[in-house]
Design a protein. Structure first.
Length: 251
């Protein structure tokens, strides 16, 4: 049974970093309670996160576009770049990427970071604490990128890891501890900023009933996809206030 009587099936397309092992199973778990909606992925090469030329070149639009064109063969209803690279490359990179994907495929596109910016705007957030696996220089670039957009970072935790596959092996207890330390300063939001770091199940466990919202990047991307294809995020229960807050519903 679909959410809308005129829709028999909705397909969400995800562009996935090649070494990511978290976002696909987490997305599947998120969608398990949403009949008639499935996620489908296409990968491109990403093995490390750093600021040197070789690492930055992994996010060349041409590679991402090839993966997007393959997803279009599955007749998906939306194509999402499920990664956080615009946080250190600049938000305009994702805006241009969305334009290029839509022009190449004729399918609506979105990204994790553009969805995050929309969520922060809808919440009226001014402060965002950041939890990441990244190295110190990448973290500093991320903090500066969001600060320039008006989102101050009152607290942050990072693990100093460069290898993208290793992000997916960080234990939940470690992530929970990082989130808990950031909660102490009561920011408007805490974002687990990495789609290969599993914070989705931790968000509803750790976030208070009101005040600070705990955002997981995989959940953020799926929220953006549901909004893009006209489905209500509050159809997903048990995954935190990102899906149930009235400010984060269509309209």
């Amino acid at each position: 049974m679909s959410l809308n009587p005129d829709i028999t099936h909705r397909r969400i397309g995800m562009l996935v970093p090649s070494s990511n092992t978290v976002l696909e199973p987490v997305t599947a778990a998120l969608l398990a309670g949403l009949p008639g909606v499935t996620a489908h992925s296409s990968r491109f090469r990403v093995t490390e996160i750093a600021l040197d030329a070789a690492a930055l070149a992994q996010f060349d639009d041409s590679e991402i576009l090839r993966a997007a064109e393959l997803l279009a063969h599955a007749k998906v209803d939306v194509i999402a770049w499920n990664g956080t690279s615009a946080s250190w490359l600049g938000f305009d990179r994702d805006r241009r990427l969305v334009e290029r994907i839509e022009a190449a495929t004729g399918i609506r596109a979105t990204t994790c970071i553009l969805s995050l910016l929309e969520i922060l705007g809808r919440l009226g957030a001014e402060t965002q604490a950041l939890v990441t696996p990244y190295t110190e220089d990448v973290q500093a670039r991320i903090i500066a990128t969001y600060a320039a957009a008006g989102f101050a970072c009152p607290a942050e935790r990072h693990l100093g890891i460069r290898d993208n596959f290793a992000f997916g092996t960080v234990p939940p207890a470690t992530i929970a501890g990082m989130i808990g330390e950031c909660l102490a300063v009561k920011p408007d939001a805490i974002t687990v900023l990495c789609t290969n770091m599993d914070g989705a199940a931790l968000a509803p466990q750790l976030e208070p009933a009101e005040g600070t919202m705990v955002l997981d990047s995989v959940s953020v991307t799926l929220w953006g996809c549901l909004m893009a294809i006209g489905l209500r995020p509050d159809s997903l229960a048990g995954w935190g206030r990102i899906f149930t807050d009235p400010r984060l519903q269509p309209g």
